[in-house]
Design a protein around this ligand. Structure first.
Ligand code: ME8
Length: 515
């Protein structure tokens, strides 16, 4: 059985989760569900990033301990995963013992191999990004405050620090990118990372002494580890590192890290360098998606415009939100979020196109045929063409999923949804009832088999709605994987179908959605 380890970034606990966090987590969930249905042994990990100066400062401002802040907000991320029907197999917190053990073991291994030495750091640091910046990357505001390219203010840091010998890894990193063109996706990000590395790397400061909210450096506990070496290690601590676990052996080399474009440098430069230096395998793929703005504006605390995913689920429905986020914007591109756009997609695609397709012929069968799926007669070319398109969907979705091109997979499904709606209009089974009942039977059967395919493939995107559709087709719960798409498991004429119910209701009025 092929394996796949899929990870979200671990989210900082300084703030409540918003739509951006929900986006990455949903995308990972869709990938994890797709691969499980495709026969993979999947492990899907998410969690929270709880150490570092940013968390320590926010806790101080709130007058609580960093651990209290972490406990509260980690729970918020866990709750969000539940609300979003996320199928994660594990949830890691960086304040857990298993994680500290892994961080210290990785550190010791890097030290023993001569990749860590003690020196003095003097340079710029942005607490908001938990990142170091070179003077040349900064711009000064009118007030004279220097800011990083991300807009985060920087402060001057001068302290004793351990360094990782990143400068020695330039050639090996370039060879890694050139030898594995799929290591980073989309291609534009690979080019960005490659040119950053080609421009030369400086050794990286990986410990701090001016605060203590972090994993202590082994043998020198006045230092805590830089939060990014701590955070990145979560991906292997969850697999049992430093123990020689079966998961480290089989799952780790299959890792797909899904992240936002903001943290590509940490994942595609620092992380593989740490791993190569520790003589551990590098992940298989890193995919950086784009960012959402909200009605044209960056989401930010000061604007108070962060969109709460719980509210959207409540108002529009969970599967509707999952579908919208992956459908609206090609994964990898930036997108603008608006409730009006969401209502339009829900009504135009989920309610009118997919929902109606299933609802129309199922209620017709319920009303006119006593809820029994008819036996098909001889198939016409049009029947065969539609069924062949339905049977071909998986082959079109798979390569799209390999490239995390979720919207392409949805489009491949929608070609069949639209084809099936065109088929209904043309074949008009309702009219055939009087003129040619045998032909009507065939058309209804073909539609049922086509919708069975569509619903099986929609499971990763809209798990509840797809399950309801499959329930209504009477497809057994244990016959819903991609292996069951084969004609061996085709719908059986003569089967009694449960009473149909609408799966995708229309959302009121798209304009009212903004109110
Ligand atoms: O960076 N649009 O955590 P974080 C799309 N702890 N995605 C967004 C987004 C937006 N507007 N805002 C946030 C960290 N995200 C580190 C990660 S991993 C070892 C450590 C998503 O809480 C996106 O995936 O700041 C981004 O990478 C992540 O949230 C950052 O979450």
């Amino acid at each position: 059985m092929p394996s796949s380890f899929i990870t979200t970034p671990i989210y900082y606990v300084n703030d409540r989760p918003h739509i951006g966090h929900a986006y990455t987590t949903i995308a990972c969930d869709v990938l994890a569900r797709f691969r499980r249905l495709d026969g993979y042994d999947v492990k899907f990990l998410t969690g929270t990033d709880e150490h570092g100066q940013k968390i320590a400062r926010v806790a101080q401002d709130k007058g609580i301990s960093p651990q209290e802040l972490a406990d509260q907000n980690s729970q918020n991320f866990r709750d969000l995963a539940k609300t979003l029907n996320i199928s994660n197999d594990d949830f890691i917190r960086t304040t857990e013992e298993r994680h500290k053990i892994a961080c210290q073991a990785l550190w010791t291994r890097l030290k023993d191999r001569g990749h860590i030495c003690l020196a003095k750091y003097a340079g710029w640091y942005a607490v908001r990004d938990e990142a170091f910046y070179d003077e040349g990357e900064l711009t000064a505001t009118v007030e004279g405050v220097k800011i990083a390219p991300t807009g985060a203010p920087v402060e001057w840091v001068e302290e004793e620090s351990y360094f990782f010998d990143l400068s020695k890894w330039q050639d090996k990193l370039l060879a890694l990118y050139d030898g594995n063109p799929d290591f980073v996706g989309p291609k534009s990000r690979l080019n960005e990372v490659r040119s950053f590395v080609a421009g030369g790397l400086r050794d990286l400061s990986i410990s701090r002494t001016t605060f203590s909210w972090g994993v202590p450096v082994p043998g020198d506990p006045k230092h805590v580890m830089y939060v990014w070496i701590d955070a990145l290690t979560n991906y292997i601590s969850a697999l049992g590192y430093p123990n020689d676990t079966p998961e480290m052996a089989t799952l780790w080399p299959t890792a797909t890290h899904m992240i936002g474009k903001d943290i590509i440098r940490f994942h595609a430069v620092y992380w593989p360098a740490f791993l190569m230096a520790a003589d551990l395998p590098v992940p298989k793929r890193i995919y950086a998606h784009g960012w959402w703005t909200v009605e044209g504006q960056k989401m930010s605390k000061s604007l108070g415009n962060a969109v709460d995913p719980h509210m959207l689920v409540e108002k529009y429905g969970l599967d509707q939100l999952r579908y919208f986020l992956l459908r609206e914007v090609p994964f990898g591109n930036d997108g603008d979020f608006s409730e009006a756009a969401m209502a339009t997609r829900i009504n135009g695609e989920l309610a009118n196109e997919l929902g109606n397709l299933a609802q129309r012929f199922l209620s017709f069968i319920a009303k006119n045929l006593g809820g029994v799926l008819p036996e098909p007669g001889t198939l016409t070319t049009e029947d065969e063409v539609l069924l062949a398109h339905a049977a071909g969907m998986l082959e079109n979705c798979r390569p799209a999923f390999e490239r995390q091109a979720f919207y392409e997979a949805i489009e491949a499904i929608w070609v069949v949804v639209r084809g099936a709606n065109g088929y209904v209009d043309k074949q008009a089974p309702w009219a055939l009832r009087k003129t040619d009942p045998a032909r009507m039977n065939t058309v209804l059967y073909v539609l049922a088999e086509c919708v069975r395919h569509i619903a099986i493939l929609m499971q990763p995107f809209t798990p509840d709605a797809a399950a309801k559709m499959l329930d209504q087709l009477g497809v057994p719960v244990d016959a819903r994987t991609f292996a069951h798409l084969s004609s061996k498991n085709a719908m059986k004429g003569g089967a009694a179908l449960p009473t149909p119910q609408g799966v995708f209701p229309r959302y009121g009025d798209p304009k009212a959605a903004k109110a």
